[in-house]
Design a protein around this ligand. Sequence first.
Ligand SMILES: Nc1nc2c(ncn2[C@@H]2O[C@H](COP(=O)(O)OP(=O)(O)OP(=O)(O)O)[C@@H](O)[C@H]2O)c(=O)[nH]1
Length: 683
Amino acid sequence: MIVAMDLNASPVPEEDEDIFEEKIHVEEFHEPEERIETGADIARREREERKRRLKRERPDDRPVHVSQSHAYDQLFHTKNQRSYDKSRLPPGWLDCPSSGQEICCMIPSKVPLGESFNDCIPPGKRYSFKQVIHQQRVLGRKLGLVIDLTNTTRYYPVSDLKKECIKHVKIQCRGRNSVPDNLSVNQFVYEVTQFLSRQKHSKKYILVHCTHGHNRTGYMIIHYLMRAMSMSVTQAIKIFSEARTPGIYKPDYIDALYTFYHEKKPEMVVCPPTPEWKRSSEFDLNGEAVPDDDDDGVPDPDLQENHETDTRMTNDDVLGDEIPTDQQDALRQFCYQTLKLGVGARGHTQFPGSHPVSLNRDNLQLLRQRYYYATWKADGTRYMMLITMDGCYLIDRSFNFRRVQMRFPCRSTNDGLGEKTHHFTLLDGEMVIDTLPDSQKQERRYLIYDMMAINQVSIIERPFYERWKMLEKEVIEPRNHERHNIYQSRNPYYRYDLEPFRVRRKDFWLLSTVTKLLKEFIKRLSHEADGLIFQGWDDPYIPRTHEGLLKWKYAYLNSVDFLFEVDGDRELLFLNERGKKKLLEGNRVEFTDGSDPSLYSGKIIECSWDFDKLEWKYMRIRTDKSTPNEFNTYRKVLRSIRDNITEEDLLNEISEIIRLPMYADRIRIDSKANQHANVARRR
Ligand SMILES: Nc1nc2c(ncn2[C@@H]2O[C@H](COP(=O)(O)OP(=O)(O)OP(=O)(O)O)[C@@H](O)[C@H]2O)c(=O)[nH]1
């Protein structure tokens, strides 16, 4: 084959670049015109200048080594400068070792190139799926899955794999200066976990590849190791670098792993230099810098933006990372099973958390009949939280799961710290933002008020006081213990202070302290509170509406969440009834800030009742909710508004209750039991 080489032509953008397709598009469909330099152009120009400078100032003054294979790379690279031939070789590919050692059934590999690349590759260097399958078979391995992390589909036809009954999963990652995003990482870990859990009789292997099988591949495999096994980032990096020498060679990727897992990078950890086969491919035959997907030139603007930290926190901030839909379905099922709920007409789609009812003159009597404790009603955002070994999930009111990186060690059984972490422990609580009074510094805190499962065992039928005590002993204490003894733990580099929020168990008090709670404690809180919760001390956890779980709010804060719609000149308020929209006739809402109502159309708005004007008053948009309140809830709130139990009414009622013999007896029994428990613990 004769190839005309133009050694002076400027370098071509490399593989894995969507801008490549865009460029063709621009050239084909647009009239040539004078172009204003865009941000991307400037970045590209600066990157090229930097490369040229780098080349001039190579610190060790090494000559630019151009291997024979590299000459091949360049030959075809240059050949394709004009034609944008789909069979360009990725730079450095020929000399890059094909695959590494097995890590938990995963084989890190460079991208296999389909038969259409054969003209560009000398026979001994070919590495298509034909060779991959053969090489692995010689090593006694059968492939069952290929995870492809490249940002293009041009390297091989997936039909090569179908013929061999090998599943192909594409998780498109950009490479270049940015690490794979967190959703892609979650997808990768989920695919590997699912594949391995389905292995029955014969063991099958997973080929993981990006372009060269080092940075993106290493980043993903290390994430898997971190989540599947209990180890530190340093250990996981070492395992990968031993299996695929030299491992990850981009410092940003290594730093991102430490940051993600909240670990301090030990000083002894140094990023390996770029391998020779890669380094030489950074320069073309003309000595020009070649930008490519493993370029570590100009920082990615997206990454830079993430460093901005001085934004104020709000309760509407979206926390955590999206997870694959299939994984979410499986986790939803676990919640339903734990809470012993059948699958209704709407499947597992409804948020199953326990919900209090508003206090009215009737259910106020419950406080006399049953034994209650009280707490403040924290006004942040409601989440259930599912802790698993491979991640911790916040579950919002729309029953959506998002992954957050947190650590929850189990109570130690033999004094060794942090040996195991919780796995399928389900909690309920409220996320609040504490503002420290002096510095105005904000801290996000998850206040846990219930526990429904511990390490896969449902405990919803146990009385509340047992669940609450267990929560302290099994979740809070081990975490605090490890935090305060981190240097003796298995991972002394873990930094709890870098987690996205702090964690605390919510306190509950005897009814006799409600006056203090209302008049002093709530005022001193550093987060919002909008009333009180009365919790039955012996109650099981009741999913959805719990008629015995009572909330009291100041009447002016009693609120309903409506779906608001504007239809022509009509403003409509809707509620929910059995999954359908129900129009509330004859009700209107006033937007006190004078804003245009059409701005709120289609939104869920929280409204309180204006006693003077006898109409609803807009409070805020509920971004955390996708449906309005149930019609039934609305009726209860209305009743509570009408009954208008004032602070004075409530305190009078409580002062009578605490004088009842039933209440005093129970306190005596409880405090005796507590004394016994304390003595036993001290022994
Ligand atoms: N069970 C319980 N709930 C609490 C506690 N502290 C705060 N809450 C919150 O109180 C909420 C119920 O009160 P509502 O006033 O009905 O809730 P809301 O935040 O307005 O939400 P919607 O009812 O959906 O409008 C629960 O969803 C919890 O998030 C607590 O100690 N126990």
